[in-house]
Design a binder for this molecule. Structure first.
Ligand SMILES: Nc1ncnc2c1ncn2[C@@H]1O[C@H](COP(=O)(O)OP(=O)(O)O)[C@@H](O)[C@H]1O
Ligand SMILES: O=P(O)(O)OC[C@H](O)CO
Length: 496
């Protein structure tokens, strides 16, 4: 068998398909953006057919780019934007509603009711999550209530629910496999991560019929094979993981205490806590890092909703830059005497604040404030938010104290941001040579399952550092900046 492995990375704004060889080099790649549907303030949807079309097109294009056919590829791994919720008809394969995206806040009111009802402890104990519209559970119930007849059809077993991985698997296998992996299941608010099973009590609480739910498998498992007609030959599907979990694997964070942070549209920091599921006292998520060989590895996660999206706002909303990459040089020449803070709560605040109602704010504006200070504030916001997460992680799990942060995602191309991140965290930041770590993690799962790629140890030794950013900021200045940020967050929050 060849060492070529294909990964589908189905993200929030685009789909990528990447072919790796057995030296983990990218030999073929294709990317396609698809429309974001914003029906009203705080609502975000995707058309699942757009996603499906982009997956088929990018897989074909990546194979062509690598000058390979389906028969040359040993395995396929799928990784995906998490929590985004699709419900489809098992007979026709057609979705009954647009996918409700992870960023969508339409179920805030329902979540408030669940908190008032006193469900927080039950949810935390079984799932490790906080109650928030972010997760799939309340989105499923919303669709069943909004689409006429859907609840009844769900109860009779005519409909299927899946996060994007599961929906793609169903389509790729020609409707033969309805399954997900444990990391995606862990983002629904319906899955007991210790028992590794869907939870009857939570399904009843959230009014989700269990007949809708997919079978849950390990991240590296036999997920079936692609229908031959799709890509001119079938490919075995051997790996599946939510994108942040795949990035944890791709960054080889296999040991307890290792941590990665991915800077894309949002920012997601995951700290490997080993076999211990740490109950957070600081409103972090206690989730799965990954599940392999029947064993779960747990993690503390901090989820920030807006990271690179703040840079997109400068580009597409304010139009003060033409390209994201310009923000680094602007930040470098921004006026040091101006303390301008952006709290980018465009869709509420995630961890550790979980304030669905908060909206973005800027502080410290003067008549001298210009585009450079805006750019610096947007990039620094990402650093300050990561510092809040790391601080919460250290309080929850003191072993996190000496952590080196491994980073990936589109934003880490910015040297200025990575240096500022090390300065604000007062910790080293390691940037790997392969920045496509999410796709690499999914490919590793599939390659390992097919027996053509190495196990954890072999893979870890081939993780390579491109550059380490060491902290250089003095403690007084760092403390002053962090106090300014805390004050800005306090003034933005609605639940503090
Ligand atoms: N040089 C850069 N400086 C700052 N931000 C950047 C830079 N390059 C890309 N970005 C930001 O990174 C994000 C894209 O990262 P990516 O990992 O592709 O995101 P996603 O997978 O969430 O779609 C965009 O929000 C973009 O604004
Ligand atoms: O598609 P991304 O990279 O923005 O990641 C989305 C996250 O998985 C949402 O939880």
């Amino acid at each position: 068998m060849s060492g070529y492995v294909l990964a589908i990375d189905q993200g929030t704004t685009s789909t990528r398909a990447i072919v790796f060889d057995d030296s983990f080099r990218v030999v073929g790649v294709a990317q396609q953006e698809f429309p974001q549907i914003l029906p009203r303030s705080g609502w975000v949807e995707h058309d699942p057919e757009d996603i499906w079309t982009s997956v088929v097109a990018t897989v074909k294009a990546a194979l062509a780019d690598a000058s390979l056919t389906a028969g040359d590829v040993s395995a396929l791994g799928i990784t995906n934007q998490r929590e985004t919720t699709v419900i489809w008809d098992r007979e026709s394969g057609k979705p009954i509603h647009n996918a409700i995206v992870w960023q969508d806040r339409r179920t805030s009111e329902r979540c408030r009711e669940l908190v008032q009802y006193g469900a927080e402890d039950l949810v935390a104990e079984r799932t490790g999550l906080v109650i928030d519209p972010y997760f799939a559970g309340t989105k499923i119930a919303w669709i069943l209530d909004a689409v006429s007849g859907a609840r009844q059809r769900a109860e009779s077993g005519a409909l299927a629910f899946g996060t994007i991985d599961s929906f793609l698997l169903w389509r790729l296998t020609g409707g033969r496999v309805h399954a997900t992996d444990a990391t995606n299941a862990a983002r629904t608010m319906l899955f007991d991560t210790v028992a590794n099973a869907w939870d009857d009590d939570l399904c009843a609480l959230l009014r989700v019929p269990m007949a809708l739910l997919p079978e849950v498998r390990d991240c590296a498992a036999d997920f079936g094979e692609t229908a031959p007609a799709l890509f001119g030959g079938s490919i075995r599907i051997g790996g599946m993981a939510g994108d942040q979990h795949a990035a944890t694997l791709g960054n080889a964070c296999f040991q307890p205490g290792m941590m990665k942070s991915t800077y894309g549209t949002g920012c997601f920091a995951i700290l490997n806590t080993g076999s211990e599921r740490v109950r957070s006292g600081n409103r972090l998520l206690s989730t799965l890092a990954y599940r392999l060989d029947g064993r779960s590895t747990f993690a503390l996660e901090g989820s920030i909703f807006i990271a690179g999206a703040a840079v997109q706002w400068l580009r597409d909303g304010l139009r003060i830059v033409e390209r994201a990459a310009e923000t680094g040089s602007m930040a470098a020449r921004a006026d040091d005497t101006q303390d301008v803070y952006l709290v980018p709560a465009f869709t509420g605040l995630g961890a550790p604040w979980w304030d669905a109602e908060a909206r973005g704010a800027m502080f410290g504006l003067t008549r001298n404030t210009g585009p450079d200070e805006f750019a610096r504030a947007a990039l620094e916001a990402v650093c300050f938010q990561t510092a809040d997460l790391l601080d919460a992680m250290r309080r929850d799990w003191p072993a996190a104290g000496d952590t080196v942060l491994r980073v990936d995602g589109g934003m880490v191309a910015s040297d200025w941001t990575m240096q500022r991140l090390a300065d604000i965290l007062d910790a080293p930041v390691d940037r790997p040579t392969v920045l496509e770590t999410t796709a690499l993690g999914a490919a590793w799962l599939a390659g390992r399952q097919a027996g053509v790629w190495p196990d954890q140890d072999g893979f870890s030794t081939r993780w390579h550092l491109e550059r380490r950013f060491e902290p250089t900021l003095d403690a007084v200045e760092r403390g002053r900046k962090l106090r300014g940020w805390s004050d800005a967050v306090r003034r933005t929050r609605t639940n503090g």
